[in-house]
Design a protein around this ligand. Structure first.
Ligand code: KG4
Ligand code: ZN
Length: 350
């Protein structure tokens, strides 16, 4: 089957087409287009929801047109149904105005083209980025993802650890009690006068700095649960920054490396603890922060020691994209009528 995916939960406007057959444990990406309004958010140092949604309104139809041209060679869209079998759309969590753009587009297309509509939880979508085989060149290991699996979803809004018993059979083990890891990267990036979003910028600067310069706190590292907390790290970084009248390049590099090391330590150690406890046969990373190469390398090292296979989506599939939304829909057939689809900005896993 061929599924159209639509994702507009935050500042991206994305549409994708994937193909899936029931015997496959992965989907094939036909096209995955992400239109970003990031340049506008760089100016304000963060996302202003109203501005994000207005941009998405402008981008939605051109993005859809482009994905059909690229994925199926259809040059113009009209009321006649294209050769797709379902439409998947993010219904939450996210910014209400942004979500509405995707939802209303998907509802309209579902009604017009008479296609089933599959609502997808954005966070579950992130996990399913691990089941995408790019451009038919299947990464050899994807078909080997086995359950039970431990999934770490680490993005700008969430830091969650989940146990996956099977497809769409999830148990939430823990999550952040305050800021998400990506949010910590973004806020500390701002303290260091780095452009938005802070995550990739801190990663760049961390490569030039020394990670042992400052020993930042590793909150909840040894707690008995699978929760996280990153707001204390942000305050510790603030206390360090205000000690210095001038932020030299060297200082920024060293602070970036030390902050990144603290975040990586907590994410890796808690995920591995969950993997051991639940006898995981696979570990799946996902979300924007999983694009961090330092995090990936540390996970690669530690999971090799434990002999648990590690899966990390391609870098461009870690951040928000509609391919992951369509991939998630491929493993569930739970469609709803376009009349019943509602936006759920506060949606969580349970
Ligand atoms: O998953 P995502 O694209 O959007 C949300 O659902 O939130 O994640 C965005 C987050 C931002 O906080 C951004 O700073 C972070 O992912 N991020 C990174 C990197 N690339 C993106 N964090 C650390 N290192 C990176 N290379
Ligand atoms: Zn996301």
């Amino acid at each position: 089957m061929t599924i159209l995916g639509i994702e507009t939960s935050c500042d991206e406007t994305s549409a994708a087409l994937v193909q899936h057959t029931p015997e496959q444990n992965h989907v094939t990406l036909l096209a995955n287009i992400v239109s970003s309004s990031l340049i506008l958010h760089k100016k304000t140092g963060g996302i202003i929801p109203e501005i994000a949604a207005r941009e998405q309104l402008k981008y939605m139809l051109p993005t859809l047109t482009a994905v059909f041209a690229q994925g199926l060679g259809i040059s113009s869209l009209n009321a006649k149904s294209p050769p797709i079998d379902a439409i998947a759309v993010t219904h939450g969590p996210g910014l209400i105005g942004s979500l509405l753009v995707g939802i209303e587009t998907a509802r309209t297309l579902s009604m017009l083209w008479e296609k089933p509509l599959i609502p997808v939880n954005h966070m579950v979508g992130h996990i399913y980025a691990n089941f995408i085989g790019e451009n038919s060149n299947l990464k050899p290991q994807i078909s080997k993802i086995e359950f039970p699996a431990i999934a770490l979803v680490v993005s700008g809004g969430h830091t969650d650890l989940l146990l996956l018993i099977g497809h769409h059979d999830l148990r939430l083990l823990g999550g952040t009690r305050d800021d998400a890891a990506g949010e910590a990267f973004d806020k500390i990036g701002r303290l260091l006068n780095l452009p938005y979003p802070g995550g990739p910028e801190i990663e760049k600067r961390a490569k030039l700095g020394k990670a042992d310069t400052i020993r930042f706190p590793r909150p909840l590292l040894n707690s008995d649960d699978f929760d996280f907390s990153f707001s204390g790290l942000k305050s510790a970084a603030y206390r360090e920054v205000v000690k210095h009248p001038v932020l030299t390049d060297e200082l920024v590099n060293n602070l970036a490396a030390s902050v990144q090391a603290a975040i990586i330590d907590v994410l890796v150690i808690k995920t591995l603890k969950a993997a051991v406890k639940y006898n995981a046969k696979s570990i799946l990373l996902s979300g924007g922060v999983a694009a961090n190469q330092g995090l990936k390398k540390r996970f690669e090292l530690e999971t090799e020691n434990l002999k648990i296979p590690l899966f990390v989506p391609e870098k461009q599939l870690c951040t928000d994209n509609a391919g992951m939304i369509a991939a998630s829909a491929a493993f569930t057939r739970e469609s709803v009528s376009w009349r019943d689809l509602r936006v759920l900005p506060e949606l969580y896993f349970t």
